[in-house]
Design a protein around this ligand. Sequence first.
Ligand code: SF4
Ligand code: SF4
Length: 312
Amino acid sequence: MKLTSDIVIEKAKEIGFDLVGFARADELTDEKRKLEEWLSRGLQAGMGYMERYIEKRKDVRNILPTAKSIISLAVNYFTSYGYSGKNDSGKISRYAWGKDYHLIIWEMLRELEAWLKKTDPDFESISYVDTGPVMDKVWAVKSGLGWMGKHTNVINKNFGSWIFLASIITNYEFNYSQRIPDFCGTCTACIDACPTGAIVDEYAVDSNKCISYLTIENKNGIPEEFGGKFDNWLFGCDVCQDVCPWNIKFAIETNKEGFNPAGGNTEIDLYEIMKMTDEEFKTRFDTSPVSRARLKGLKRNAGFLIDSKKNG
Ligand code: SF4
Ligand code: SF4
């Protein structure tokens, strides 16, 4: 059977995706230029992988030669839990409270792609969830899922920015989605609230200053200049998203059980981390995004927060 946009949307929603959109697989000339400018300013910090596969990022036909479209998908992960505010508790970014989203979304993608291929054996695809050389956010914007906020997260009018993105590159053609205008307007709440001044220009984050980068991807020490500025963020940081009016007004509870905090993983006692063994870490964070920082990284972050309190 021939697939249509409506058929894909219906099936994707049945599987549990909250947003679905379609974009023509054109070359991303402007976006490549912006990426190269961002890289030339060194704003990627230690994320050397951002410099690789630029030609694939620019043109998805360098990944799937028959590509005609991108199907962009999003899943709402907002849950209404919060933090205790305890002085010795390190906060974990909301996206990492539950089960690793890669595991949840890959499973959903596998089911969707298998169904699409079964429905039309000519359907070819390659899919990604926040990994691989695909500009997920750019495609989400082109597919009408939302607009790029000044904090560089995609914002949807119904869900805010608490969404995980996935992309399916396919040889199929669809009815393409309308782009959503940029509704940031004159707001600068995220820029004003960022504790380290990491949003250096509208739509440009300097990873060298961003708490999310410094506590997760960063393989080195945390520079002393940030002492006292982390507000107990242990793994990631949500300040720019927490203050966004679109999240304050429109965030709604996810219907995915897996995104609820597992084992109280919204925060962890800093001294508990300093004593944690590899075995305890593995047991607690085996299927959590927190495992990405490894125990060594978590101890570095906890140690930094403890020292900042002593010195501040
Ligand atoms: S995640 Fe935190 S540190 Fe990074 S840009 Fe947003 S508010 Fe700033
Ligand atoms: S806080 Fe304001 S400027 Fe920042 S992303 Fe949200 S709407 Fe846009």
